[in-house]
Design a protein around this ligand. Structure first.
Ligand SMILES: Cc1cc2nc3c(=O)[nH]c(=O)nc-3n(C[C@H](O)[C@H](O)[C@H](O)COP(=O)(O)OP(=O)(O)OC[C@H]3O[C@@H](n4cnc5c(N)ncnc54)[C@H](O)[C@@H]3O)c2cc1C
Ligand SMILES: *[C@@H]1O[C@H](CO)[C@@H](O)[C@H](O)[C@H]1NC(C)=O
Ligand SMILES: *[C@@H]1O[C@H](CO)[C@@H](O)[C@H](O)[C@H]1NC(C)=O
Ligand SMILES: *[C@@H]1O[C@H](CO)[C@@H](O)[C@H](O)[C@H]1NC(C)=O
Ligand SMILES: *[C@@H]1O[C@H](CO)[C@@H](O)[C@H](O)[C@H]1NC(C)=O
Ligand SMILES: *[C@@H]1O[C@H](CO)[C@@H](O)[C@H](O)[C@H]1NC(C)=O
Ligand SMILES: *[C@@H]1O[C@H](CO)[C@@H](O)[C@H](O)[C@H]1NC(C)=O
Ligand SMILES: *[C@@H]1O[C@H](CO)[C@@H](O)[C@H](O)[C@H]1NC(C)=O
Ligand SMILES: *[C@@H]1O[C@H](CO)[C@@H](O)[C@H](O)[C@H]1NC(C)=O
Ligand SMILES: CC(=O)N[C@H]1CO[C@H](CO)[C@@H](O)[C@@H]1O
Length: 592
């Protein structure tokens, strides 16, 4: 079957010289070559299979296994334990559906663009062995941690994956940071935590709390720390207070394309250090540890608000949300952060937020002042309509730590895992002016939501910037537009489990051509966060890295001149392209 091409936007016409070897070709390494690699990596080489293979007729079919796989299919932490577990695949060639029902949508089950072999590394030595094997045998290489990436950057057709998840050299707390390399002076003398391998934020949040500390991590606890998150920017409910995830990194240990293990900090490989603080994962080297800043715990004032529209008052709620969005700059300046969302649930439109205000001053006066801002800016505006247009619930709660606030409510880790997203940075001006334009934008974003019962969508307002994020940090390479950002607006659209390729293409196209376009028009010249962005944005280089892009390419060329590391939508990937020939995936070939 020939599968129709998905959205093609601004696709350059390239000619190709040589390609990486694929499993169907003679140049693909022999079984004995793979065995030799396996011996070098202490038996940690895995030959991959699609996770949901038991759902499909043929060898390995098992009704019982299929049911278990389907039940766990949208649990990100469950997926992360598989070498081919990916949270948000852009292309799926073996979905956990009941294939015996034979709808014909997913006629085959194969690995698709997932790696063929995986080195389940437990140390830097295994990573170097994988890198050298890929170089020697002309096999495509990918780096994987949790597989949470939204732009398939930890995947690759016909690839060998080096998987860092099982590197577990421990978490180490320092009350006063001292650089690993004694000769490197540091301006920073606060607390630090060394994250020695493939840990997730849940591990580090718990560890930090045991030491009375806060770290900047994801809103989601299943995201990996040292991979795409820290290297690509990293935001969460504490970034407003302390800066972006990338801003927190004091040093990295990195395996280079040469296989050499180095330290990157202010003194050694300074350019690599800066590139790994914002330039993104998968392209500069393989990080095996990161040492990040930690801060003493603070009092946390939480505010939860839900506004449920009456069935005939959706349009009023969109109006109210536009008004609330206009108040975000005041809330951010008063110290609030967290995530707000406009969603459809069971036909009703709902605005909800769960914000936190981390208080250096925990006096009653300071707490009341923070409450007053929220009450006056938002709650009092809409209370008069409680019971006529909306049902409104508002509550404040004070916690004696960030950790207790964080654990007081659910986070987004699980749920539907076939989303597409588009996002945009909003500065103060684009939030507070032109309110009718904001209302139009919200109407565009929610359109198409809730039309199919299996499809849920969400418009998220991530108040993860402002505050300390506005201070440019030396030796970072995140999009400079972060330093003007107050809110990262994010539109998430899902496609139904049983969607065919045509249906999926439609959801993607509407997101890029209609919704993302509308966001860009309202926040011109801003850009967005590449880790939570629309991979089909034709302007991804400029939108995700702004003026830092060209410099990042120069660092890529210096540290990986042979393009050993390559990923789609990664810095410096122009010399190669995936040649799909009208299908969904294909070999990686050198552009001439
Ligand atoms: C459910 C969910 C919630 C999220 N919530 C947040 C959030 O709150 N805040 C936020 O900022 N982002 C969030 N994200 C986005 C997240 O930051 C990115 O998906 C990020 O790329 C994940 O990194 P990873 O290493 O866990 O994933 P992977 O998919 O394993 O890797 C991501 C990228 O990093 C590379 N990589 C991985 N490990 C290494 C390494 N050791 N060295 C070099 N390169 C490496 C990969 O090659 C790939 O390019 C969320 C994503 C999901 C799926
Ligand atoms: C690698 O070796 C281990 C231990 O001998 C074995 O269990 C595993 O199946 C091998 N992997 C491959 C891909 O052959
Ligand atoms: C798949 O559908 C068949 C036919 O209706 C049914 O017998 C089987 O139990 C289903 N399997 C799962 C995993 O739901
Ligand atoms: C990877 O290695 C770790 C550590 O040895 C082990 O616990 C885990 O089960 C392995 N994963 C797979 C999928 O083989
Ligand atoms: C450390 O301090 C020096 C002198 O104040 C400054 O020039 C440098 O940029 C600082 N480095 C970092 C990483 O903040
Ligand atoms: C919505 O319906 C309720 C009763 O069902 C009515 O009281 C209210 O006026 C209606 N509101 C609008 C805006 O039409
Ligand atoms: C929304 O607000 C605008 C002014 O801000 C007003 O003109 C319009 O009538 C409102 N719409 C609804 C449905 O309340
Ligand atoms: C809205 O009305 C409900 C029901 O009377 C009440 O429980 C709730 O506290 C009210 N919300 C606000 C913000 O006043
Ligand atoms: C307020 O801060 C002081 C000093 O940091 C601390 O001792 C006290 O426990 C805090 N109170 C609360 C309610 O958190
Ligand atoms: C980790 C996880 O979510 N496991 C679940 C997988 O599915 C089975 C069957 O529904 C559950 O019992 C597990 O808890």
């Amino acid at each position: 079957m020939l599968i129709p091409t998905l959205v093609i936007l601004g696709g350059a016409h390239l000619a190709f010289a040589k390609c990486k070897c694929t499993p169907t070709e003679d140049c693909w390494p022999s079984v004995s070559a793979w065995d030799a690699l396996n011996a070098t990596v202490d038996g940690k080489l895995i030959r991959n299979h699609p996770i949901a293979q038991p759902c499909y007729p043929g060898a390995g079919y098992s009704d019982e296994r299929c049911e278990e796989i389907s039940a766990n299919w949208s649990t990100n932490s469950w997926l992360a334990q598989f070498p081919t577990g990916y949270s948000y695949p852009t292309i799926e060639t073996c979905a956990a559906i009941n294939a015996t029902l034979g709808e014909g949508h997913y006629p085959q089950c194969d690995l698709g663009n997932y790696p063929v072999y995986t080195v389940n590394a437990t140390g830097a030595k295994h990573l170097a062995a994988g890198i050298n094997f890929a170089k020697d045998h002309d096999v495509r290489l990918v780096i994987k941690n949790t597989g949470h990436d939204i732009s398939q950057r930890s995947q690759g057709y016909g690839s060998l994956s080096i998987w860092i998840k099982s590197i577990k050299d421990g978490l180490h707390f320092q009350q006063t940071y001292t650089p690993s390399d004694g000769s490197c002076p540091s301006n920073y003398t606060g607390r630090a935590i060394k994250i020695g391998g493939g840990y997730v934020w849940d591990d580090v949040y718990n560890f930090a709390y045991k030491h009375g500390s806060i770290v900047v991590g994801g809103d989601d606890r299943t995201v990996g720390c040292i991979g795409g998150y820290l290297q690509g920017g990293g935001h969460g409910p504490a970034s407003h207070q302390f800066g972006l995830g990338a801003d927190q990194v004091l040093e990295y240990e990195v395996v280079l394309a040469s296989g050499e293990l180095v330290t990157a900090n202010e003194c050694q490989h300074q350019d690599l250090f800066a590139a790994l603080r914002g330039g993104g994962g998968g392209t500069f080297g393989v990080v095996t540890s990161a040492t990040v800043k930690a801060y003493p715990e603070l009092t946390a004032l939480g505010h939860e608000l839900t506004i449920v529209a009456f069935p005939n008052a959706s349009s009023e709620l969109i109006n109210a949300t536009a008004d609330i969005v206009a108040s975000y700059p005041s809330l951010v300046e008063a110290g609030y952060s967290g995530t707000g969302a406009l969603t459809h649930q069971d036909g009703a439109l709902i605005y909800a937020h769960n914000f936190v205000n981390l208080l250096n001053d925990n006096s009653t006066a300071a707490i009341n002042k923070a409450k007053d801002t929220m009450t006056q800016q938002i709650v009092n505006q809409w209370s008069p309509y409680n019971g006529t247009l909306f049902v409104i619930q508002s509550s404040f709660n004070t916690f004696n730590s960030f950790f207790k606030w964080y654990n007081s409510h659910p986070h987004i880790s699980d749920g539907q895992n076939r989303p597409m997203m588009a996002s945009r940075f909003f500065d103060k001006t684009s939030l507070s002016s032109q309110q009718s334009n904001m209302k139009n934008l919200l109407e565009t974003l929610v359109s198409g939501q809730g039309t199919q019962t299996t499809t849920e969508s969400a418009t998220l307002f991530n108040l993860v910037a402002g505050g300390k994020v506005l201070d440019p940090q030396p030796l970072t390479s995140v999009n400079p537009a972060w330093r003007k950002t107050y809110v990262v607006m994010q539109q998430i659209d899902f496609w139904p489990d049983n969607a065919g390729y045509e249906d999926i293409a439609q959801v993607k196209e509407a997101l890029t051509l209609k919704k993302l376009k509308a966001m860009k028009e309202l926040a011109p010249g801003m850009g967005t966060y590449g880790n939570e962005a629309d991979p089909y944005d034709p302007d991804w280089r400029k939108d995700w890295w702004g003026t830092n892009y060209d410099w990042l390419v120069s660092v890529k060329k210096k540290y990986d001149p042979e393009d050993v590391f390559w990923c789609w939508r990664c810095v410096g990937n122009d010399a190669w392209a995936e040649v799909t020939g009208g299908t969904l995936y294909g070999p990686l070939c050198q552009a001439t």
